[in-house]
Design a protein around this ligand. Structure first.
Ligand code: ADP
Ligand code: MG
Length: 223
């Protein structure tokens, strides 16, 4: 309970303040990127080296700001009745090309034909993409990701199960902390944003993991 409280406090600070900054940073970033792209056409090798480093760093800034912006504009969220199966199928179709490149199969079979949830389609897709991406990144040599749907009381539970590296037990409480990442190119924002979105939907996000066996992320949404 203590870890949860700390997480929630951080979420509200991050969500309201930093997200505002992220929004303001994006426009100048786009301008700088445009001019850098022009400059990178210059054939001088030193110039090419510097501009490519700068472009890489800008990509990273863009990634960070866009992840913040998902939670940045609560007025832009559009809650409506949505078909969850359709959302899952869309996300899996979107991710399948990059999954196949990494030798990863995303599986999804269900006997549940349709289930309605009340929520923001764009935000829920963002959570699913974050979770599937983490699953893929946990399996650098490939493997299977399974997707299970179950109905539990008044919730629909989506389980996304990977066969990846797993998460050491002592690191579990840190999941969802802003900027907490073990990846060289990670932002440590995916889970923070996901927790925040699921919380806003009055749902639950639970993660269980076994080192070198795999990780299960369970999202529960009220139906
Ligand atoms: P990022 O992916 O940018 O590192 P996230 O917030 O998405 O940030 O995840 C934070 C950290 O949680 C990851 O760096 C990783 O160490 C751990 N993690 C999340 N999902 C998984 C998973 N499916 N398998 C193993 N580790 C995971
Ligand atoms: Mg991630």
């Amino acid at each position: 309970a203590e870890a949860l409280l700390r997480k929630t406090e951080k979420l509200s600070i991050v969500g309201e303040l930093a997200a505002g900054f992220a929004h303001e940073i994006r426009n100048p970033l786009t301008t700088i990127k445009g001019f850098l792209q022009l400059m990178s056409k210059n054939e001088d090798p030193t110039n090419k080296k510097y501009t490519s480093i700068m472009l890489e760093e800008i990509d990273r800034l863009e990634m960070i700001t866009s992840e913040f912006m998902v939670v940045a504009k609560p007025e832009a969220t559009k809650y409506q009745t949505i078909e969850l199966i359709k959302i899952l199928e869309d996300v899996i179709a979107f991710l399948t090309p990059q999954a196949l490149l990494k030798n990863v199969q995303i599986q999804f079979d269900t006997v549940i034909n349709h289930v309605n949830v009340y929520g923001d389609e764009h935000h829920l897709k963002q959570v699913l993409i974050n979770v599937y991406k983490n699953a893929m990144e946990a399996m650098p040599t490939g493997g299977n990701i399974s997707t299970n749907l179950t109905i539990e009381d008044n919730y629909i539970a989506i389980e996304i199960i990977d066969e990846g590296c797993g998460i050491p037990e002592e690191l579990m409480p840190r999941l969802g902390e802003p900027f907490y990442t073990l990846k060289e190119k990670g932002t440590g924002l995916g889970l923070m944003v996901s927790y925040k979105i699921i919380e806003a939907h009055k749902g639950k996000l639970e993660i269980s993991s076994e080192l070198n066996v795999g990780t299960t992320v369970k999202m529960k949404l009220p139906i």
